[in-house]
Design a protein around this ligand. Structure first.
Ligand SMILES: Cc1ncc(COP(=O)(O)O)c(C=O)c1O
Length: 308
């Protein structure tokens, strides 16, 4: 098709300006990014794209339309995986392009109809019904996300957590400017690599292991073993996707249940890091004296699912 693509880390200062060419026709920005939770100023990227006459498309899937409005910040088109927060119930596969440019809308509609990218009536019903509770759900996702992020950040098994609502996020200032809440997505890195990650995943009982996100139920995924397993290890390393990395989509369950589940699973990871327990699905959160393990509610300790 004669198309050329240039990839760059838009959150790195100067990277976009170096990558953008006079021939660039479209800039595709994802913020926050999956799974690395990088956050980039939409306004700044819009200015750089428009300086060479290129369109800016923003993948707004992680924030949802409730928490971030890219068109108001200069984007020409917004992309959503409707399968995620807009649908909200993990029972729909759909994508959407949104623009306020009438001429562009006609061109996109022409392509959509002629390429057959038309969703079924039932999928449209699910998307429309999901939109009706989007606002309520996003408030709940943000409240629960903030509660979980605080617990994860304070836990000794965790090296780093990236959540837009935490002041420790390197782009928290940008997030505060362009997002209306922290949302439900976060990524953290466990000390202790794969054994600690396996212990964490195996100990969860309220949170389900699955690659999707943005639904009412809390989901966890391990990028190195799941979504990004097909990438060579050196490429994963370049992207910061190591074996201790865990991505969490915090749902709208009772916050205390999610926090308790995450806490006892982090305690299980800590036991492995300290050499006190074997990794794997059989790992429980034993009362070894590690903070929180003995205090975890009985309804979550000792309950296991065959994650692996
Ligand atoms: C940010 C982002 N954009 C797009 C997609 C693709 O969405 P779908 O699974 O609906 O094709 C995903 C999927 O995880 C995503 O996280």
């Amino acid at each position: 098709m004669g198309l050329n693509f240039t990839f760059c880390d838009m959150a790195a200062p100067g990277a976009l300006e170096a990558a953008i060419l006079p021939t660039t026709r479209l800039v595709w920005l994802e913020t926050p990014t999956n799974p690395t939770m990088k956050i980039t100023s939409i306004e700044a990227v819009a200015a750089a794209a428009h300086a060479v006459g290129a369109l800016l498309v923003v993948d707004n899937t992680f924030a949802s339309p409730y928490l971030q409005s890219p068109l108001a910040l200069g984007a020409d088109v917004v992309f959503h995986s409707v399968s995620k927060y807009i649908g909200g119930h993990s029972d729909l596969v759909m994508g959407a392009l949104v623009t306020s440019d009438a001429a562009l809308a006609v061109r996109l509609r022409h392509l959509q109809v002629n390429m057959g990218a038309t969703p079924s009536p039932f999928d449209c019903f699910l998307a429309s019904r999901g939109l009706k509770t989007l606002a309520l759900r996003m408030v709940a996702h943000s409240t629960n996300g903030a509660a979980v992020a605080a617990v994860v950040e304070a836990h000794p098994a965790v090296r780093q957590v990236l959540y837009p609502g935490l002041p420790s996020h390197p782009s928290h200032a940008v997030a505060t400017m362009q997002m209306r809440g922290g949302g439900g997505m976060m990524t953290f890195w466990l000390r202790g690599g794969l054994p600690a990650a396996r212990a964490f995943l195996g100990a969860l009982s309220v949170v389900t292991l699955a690659v999707s996100l943005g639904g009412v139920e809390s989901l966890v995924e391990h990028p190195a073993l799941m979504t990004h397993a097909s990438l060579p290890p050196e490429v994963r390393a370049e992207l910061g996707i190591d074996d201790g990395m865990v991505r969490l989509s915090v749902g709208i369950e009772d916050a205390a249940d999610v926090v308790a589940d995450i806490t006892q699973a982090l305690d299980a990871a800590k036991a492995v890091i300290d050499g006190g327990a074997p990794a794997g699905p059989a790992t429980t959160a034993p009362a070894t004296g590690t903070a929180g393990a003995a205090a975890a509610p009985s309804k979550v300790t000792g309950v296991k699912r065959p994650h692996e």
